[in-house]
Design a protein around this ligand. Structure first.
Ligand code: ATP
Ligand code: MG
Length: 635
């Protein structure tokens, strides 16, 4: 039994040996000639000369041993539909979708924009792209027309696949009119649109010659046999745009071989998901977590993957745990935002179900505050693993690696650098390595490991400038996150480097203060931003959602709760971190992927324009911030 420390050390000191070993976890039609080509820094090319296919690894490879095993379980609490497909059935559907696309002239290297709700057909299309070497670009279904148009123009697809509509909280969201609007806005619209009709939109408008019906096309290709197109490891598999929390989204381009290996290795070492087991990832196929851990990784590992269309609290806050029980879920992956939503409900909803099959719950996407981490770990009685990553990396950067060693979990920490990542905490001023306990920029010494982005789609220069241009004297990848390592080697993410608050020369991460605010037992969630202050440079300002709102009905009640929250912060971090004021709202502005839009809050607090809001979930949240700020300035 190797210790995790040893495992990580080897992954850095003997990169080629380490990754050559991991590469055996996937099928290579032609084995790689060279494990790593780093002749043109910072561009890393993994498994050079090797030929493989993501779809082959996800499906074909399993047909012999597990053709009749469930590959995909679809559960929609929006429509009440439940459906499952075996590996054999999924293989058939993917070939039909591949044949459809080929009949429309889509081939290797062509882009296909996928703008679909959480339905099995979305997975068919994604896997079909991988099968024929087309490059998919999934756009989160629910983005507005302008956001969709911008992504279309960047990716320049030959084809777009969509549906008539989706559903959220029982409310139908019609897609097609929005798609038409996006196509009218786009400068480079695709020439063909395939629409999967769910029966949501009886009056769906189809443009003759351009728009085609999925079911009709499928019927023409029922017996299609479409072999996999073998791709050199470094050819692009997909483009995915980042969440846009900090501005214009970046088109992350990913390769084929490195991604397959990274995902297969992560299932073994990190997620501990084995063939025949079941994984339930509650994300959306429009995000990187959905790409990696709803679709590709569980299938590459021979697991059953659960595709869930719905919210965590409908029909009630027990629905996810009912799914875990009914489908014997072994590995689950969700986000802190979702857990904070569940935290507002009775933990009895969790205890109602038999969670015996579940080994771990993994969480990522936003800082996981200690009270929420403790709440969910306690309610589940299972290890809850916070892990940290980005669209850019495709798999975790910081995580516990229980498949190698079950290291103790520290609440609030995503543990250690994942194998393959030569992680550094660097001082902003001179790129020198920070000491334990010193806050610094979380950076990765290149080459980036397999699975990470190869470049920015169509813009190598932007890749180098954006990600490797933070430090003048050192070419390292910046995560743009701010972190700290404790004496035991555990890392903590303190927030984004853009959001660091400088109070009289003290640098405070938004996350540290948010964490302290959340320590008050009546706070469900909060956002902290820095606002200009003539005396101290900057001061933190807190916006909080209370669990019990009865005290908020009177000005005195609000004042008293504000005072208590301030005292809680004083106790945790000292008076230096005390917010200038605490405003109570019922909703925080977030991106559609659940990340707090601190930049927009800060802009409003400083009387500026809130900036690009194309990725906001609910604009009403900004109105609340606006009015909260206004009331507080009134006498
Ligand atoms: P953009 O780059 O367009 O502004 P984004 O950074 O929100 O968007 P993602 O790639 O979806 O897009 O998010 C990655 C970021 O999410 C990380 O850089 C980090 O700030 C945050 N994050 C993810 N996981 C964690 C975690 N476990 N703890 C703390 N922060 C996390
Ligand atoms: Mg980012």
């Amino acid at each position: 039994m190797t210790t995790y420390r040893e495992f990580h050390r080897r992954s850095i000191e003997d990169k080629e040996g380490f990754w050559a070993e991991q590469a055996r976890l996937v099928h290579w039609e032609k084995p790689p000639g060279k494990v790593l080509d780093y002749g043109r820094p910072p561009f890393a090319r993994w498994f050079v000369g090797g030929e493989t296919n993501l779809c082959y690894n996800a499906l074909d490879r399993h047909l012999g041993a597990r053709g009749n095993q469930k590959a995909l379980v679809y559960i929609s609490t929006e429509t009440g539909e439940e459906r499952s497909l075996s590996y054999r059935e999924l293989h058939l559907e993917v070939q039909r979708a591949a044949a459809m696309m080929r009949s429309l002239g889509v081939g290797k290297g062509d882009r296909v924009v996928v703008y679909m709700p959480m339905i099995p057909e979305a997975a068919f299309v994604i896997l079909a792209c991988a099968r024929i070497g087309a490059i998919h670009s999934v756009v989160f279904g629910g983005f507005a027309a302008a956001s969709l148009a911008a992504r279309i123009d960047d990716a320049r697809p030959k084809l777009m696949v969509t549906a008539d509509g989706g559903s959220r909280m029982g409310k139908v969201v019609l897609y097609k009119a929005l798609v038409d609007e996006a196509l009218a806005l786009a400068k480079h619209p695709p020439s063909k649109i395939v629409l999967y009709n769910r029966g949501f939109d009886r009056a769906v408008r189809m443009t003759p010659g351009r728009d085609l019906d999925y079911a009709e096309l499928r019927a023409k290709h029922l017996d299609a046999v479409v072999p996999c197109t073998w791709l050199e490891s470094n050819e692009p598999s997909y483009i995915l745009y980042t969440s846009g929390t900090t501005g214009r989204p970046k088109g992350v381009q990913r390769d084929v071989g490195g991604y397959a290996v990274a995902l297969a290795a992560s299932m073994k070492h990190i997620y501990c998901g084995g063939a025949g087991e079941t994984m339930f990832t509650t994300s959306d196929i429009g995000w990187v977590v959905g790409h990696s851990y709803i679709i590709y990784a569980p299938l590459i590992a021979g697991m059953t993957t659960v595709l869930y269309e719905g919210v965590p609290v409908r029909p009630d806050a027990g629905i996810w745990w009912k799914i875990v029980q009914d489908h014997s879920v072994n590995v689950m992956f969700s986000a802190p935002t979702a857990i904070r939503v569940l935290k507002k409900h009775d933990p009895a909803f969790l205890r109602k179900y038999d969670l015996g099959s579940l080994k771990h719950l993994f969480l990522a996407g936003e800082p996981l505050d200690e009270p929420t981490h403790a709440w969910i770990a306690d309610a589940l009685g299972k290890p809850v693993i916070d892990h940290y990553w980005q669209t850019e990396t495709g798999w975790p950067i910081l995580t516990s690696v229980p498949g190698v060693e079950k290291t103790p979990i520290k609440l609030g920490s995503p543990s250690f650098p994942a194998y393959g990542y030569d992680l550094k905490l660097l001082r902003e001023a001179d790129a020198a390595e920070a000491a334990a306990g010193e806050k610094a920029v979380v950076a990765i010494a290149p080459p980036l490991p397999p699975g990470c982005m190869s470049t920015v789609w169509g813009d190598d220069e932007r890749f180098v400038k954006t990600y490797f241009g933070t430090f003048r004297n050192k070419q390292v990848y910046s995560t743009f996150d701010w972190g700290i390592r404790d004496a035991d080697g555990y890392y903590f993410i303190l927030g984004r480097t853009d959001d660091v608050i400088n109070v009289a020369g003290h640098r405070l991460g938004t996350r540290e203060i948010e964490e302290a605010v959340s320590m008050h037992s009546n706070i469900a969630e909060c956002a902290v931003v820095g606002v200009a202050d003539s005396l101290k440079g900057q001061m933190p300002l807190a916006f909080a959602v209370a669990k019990d709102t009865t005290r908020l009905n009177s000005a005195e009640g609000r004042k008293a709760l504000e005072r208590e929250v301030m005292e809680t912060v004083d106790k945790q971090l000292g008076a230096i971190a005390r917010p200038k004021s605490v405003h109570f709202v019922s909703l925080l502005p977030k991106t559609r992927s659940g990340k707090t839009l601190r930049r927009s809050i800060q802009a409003l607090a400083e009387g500026r324009d809130p900036g690009d809001l194309t990725t906001i979930e609910d604009p009403a949240a900004l109105e609340q911030i606006r009015s909260a700020l206004k009331t507080s300035t009134e006498p």
